[in-house]
Design a protein around this ligand. Structure first.
Ligand SMILES: *[C@@H]1O[C@H](CO)[C@@H](O)[C@H](O)[C@H]1NC(C)=O
Ligand SMILES: *[C@@H]1O[C@H](CO)[C@@H](O)[C@H](O)[C@H]1NC(C)=O
Ligand SMILES: CC(=O)N[C@H]1CO[C@H](CO)[C@@H](O)[C@@H]1O
Length: 318
């Protein structure tokens, strides 16, 4: 918190100086390189931990190689690929990312590390994220203060795994799992999760009717999962948030929005519980993840909420 000692001087300058100094350390060697087929997803192959990996990248249709763009990585659910996450979420549409770079990594064996069925180890997948960030910065014009991660199901769980690793997670400004299955960092006293800084902005959206990754936790397909309230309270502890969160009940009490104030900053941790939603991506327009889960559209759009959440946060300088 800024302690105001000389009111007249400080209030004048406060209006034009950002509250925190932003990170400017990211490699910008990819700026100035032009690309073909902007506005259409392209695929890139990289080697990571000696294995062939790939990801899709969607540039704005009017991509300007001299402008640094916010960049969102979207991690798909299990038995899937980046393409399906792209279609289910609609992140590529102009209203969400007309002015951003979208990245859709592909997991080994259609999944991400953390579950007992995962093909990659946590170390391998974290290394892949690191190597992908290097490749992105060397080839595209990335704003390193505005890199974000979202994901669905095990992809959401892996977003949490990234957030808990100081080195790799430290590269990101904010995180947002959807219907996350949180298989990692569930050690007894929760000491394994070591985020890069306090606070780490994080938003989770979860269906109360999710029978795959149950709101109350327990045995999941790939291991034991914490209850969502437990997972949230752990992040509230790590982020040194006020104990009491704000809750608003929306849409005739079908949707519950929880918000934590951390270090005086409102809404650093946020959560939406949609009572009727099953295991899928929350959206008012039906998508394939809802059809696969035998579900219907819901009141809220995870894509809108997550995009708006991300845009509030930038990575501070170390
Ligand atoms: C983060 O992940 C990398 C890659 O797996 C690993 O080498 C490193 O030890 C991890 N760092 C921390 C602080 O856990
Ligand atoms: C993975 O964990 C779940 C939940 O504990 C269990 O039901 C399943 O049998 C395990 N699968 C494997 C391959 O170990
Ligand atoms: C297949 C399909 O209709 N997908 C939709 C799922 O929801 C997103 C976001 O609301 C839409 O953009 C997709 O078109």
């Amino acid at each position: 918190m800024v302690k105001i000692t000389r009111l007249s001087v400080i209030t004048l300058s406060a209006a034009c100086v950002p509250a925190t100094t932003l990170y400017t350390g990211g490699d910008t060697s990819g700026c100035g390189k032009s690309h073909w087929f902007n506005g259409i997803t392209q695929y890139r192959d990289i080697q990571s931990s000696g294995v062939d990996r790939s990801y899709g990248i969607h540039l704005p249709s009017n991509y300007d190689a001299s402008r640094q763009y916010p960049t969102i990585l979207g991690f798909h659910g299990s038995s899937s690929i980046g393409f399906f996450f792209e279609v289910d979420t609609g992140f590529d549409s102009e209203q969400f990312t007309g002015d951003k770079i979208m990245v859709y990594p592909n997991g080994l064996g259609g999944a991400w590390a953390g579950a007992n069925y995962s093909k990659a180890t946590v170390e391998q997948d974290l290394q892949f994220v690191w190597d992908m960030l290097v490749d992105l910065r060397q080839n595209f014009c990335i704003d390193s203060a505005r890199i974000y991660a979202t994901g669905l199901s095990i992809g959401g769980g892996f977003v949490d795994t990234i957030a808990c690793n100081a080195t790799v997670g430290g590269e990101f400004a904010a995180f947002a799992p959807g219907s996350g299955s949180f298989y990692t960092n569930n050690d007894e006293n929760y000491q394994e999760c070591q985020p890069a800084r306090v606070p780490i902005p994080i938003l989770e959206i979860h269906g109360g009717a999710d029978t795959d990754v149950r709101y109350d936790g327990g045995e999941g397909e790939g291991g034991i999962e914490p209850s969502i309230p437990n997972w949230l309270s752990r992040w509230a502890d790590r982020n040194q948030c006020d104990e009491q969160y704000q809750q608003e009940d929306l849409f005739d009490n079908d949707v519950h929005h929880l918000s934590w104030t951390c270090g005086g900053q409102e809404g650093v941790i946020q959560h939406y519980k949609t009572d009727d939603q099953k295991h899928d991506w929350a959206s008012p327009d039906i998508n394939f993840s809802q059809i696969a889960a035998g579900d219907w559209p819901t009141h809220i759009s995870a894509t809108t909420l997550i995009t708006n959440f991300f845009m509030r946060f930038k990575r501070p300088a170390a």
